[in-house]
Design a protein around this ligand. Structure first.
Ligand code: E4P
Length: 223
């Protein structure tokens, strides 16, 4: 499964990109607003750090406006994936942008029917929001399972399932078990995936035993 990070904060992105574990980035208008910075400047910086797809969301709500904004955003860098909402106009804009060779992430997906339409519109990615479904007492992961089943029934579908609105490490594990191609994860949750108290405890014990031997492993080369 590919890991995208769900943030517009360039410092967090730089930090995670340095691990080599980052396959892409998703932003949305709320995340950009949080930075207090100019959208295109932020996108340019992110695209200079990350080779994979960087989602940039349109704010027009009509198809023509989305298409015009999408064309502008797509010119920022070759790895921009234009993000459009899962509405009729969004689907129209998706098809037109895809025909022009632009990657498109169809976002705000909350039903299997919507995901089917996104695939028919040629979306590169569809983004089902699992956390927001859980918030209203629905089962976010059940939606991912449904979309996986539907897409598998039609091998010509190339749309990748991009699990979004991830709230905790279990969402990531469940998404991987279902076989979603991508999971976009807030930086703090990505970091939580590495944590385990038994790892910390085991490491402390190994280091204490090693110290007692008074040995040191010589270091070779530069870090
Ligand atoms: C996805 O692309 C969205 O930016 C994001 O996952 C939304 O998550 P939220 O529900 O935590 O705002």
């Amino acid at each position: 499964m590919k890991f995208f990070v769900d943030t517009a904060d360039i410092e967090s992105i730089r930090d995670l990109a340095a691990t080599g574990l980052l396959d892409g980035v998703t932003t949305n208008p709320s995340l950009v607003a949080k930075t207090g910075r100019d959208f295109v400047t932020v996108l340019r910086e992110i695209c200079a750090v990350v080779d994979g797809p960087v989602s940039a969301e349109v704010t027009a709500t009509d198809a023509a406006g989305m298409l015009q904004e999408g064309r502008h955003l797509a010119e920022v860098a070759r790895n921009i994936a234009v993000k459009v909402p899962l509405t009729w106009d969004g689907l129209k804009a998706c098809r037109a942008l895809r025909q022009a060779g632009t990657m498109v992430n169809v976002t705000l997906c909350f039903s299997a029917g919507q995901a089917l339409l996104a695939a028919r519109a040629g979306a590169t990615f569809v983004s089902p929001f699992v956390g927001r479904l859980d918030d209203v007492s629905e089962d976010g992961m059940a939606l991912i399972r449904d979309i996986r089943t539907i897409y598998q029934n039609y091998p010509t579908i190339e749309t990748e399932i991009l699990v979004a609105s991830v709230r905790h490490p279990r969402h990531v594990i469940e998404a991987a078990k279902i076989g979603a191609e991508v999971c976009t994860v807030p930086p703090d949750i990505l970091k939580k995936l590495v944590q385990h108290p038994l790892t910390d405890k085991g490491l402390a014990a190994f280091l204490a035993d090693w110290k007692a031997t008074s040995q040191a492993i010589p270091r070779k080369g530069s870090a």
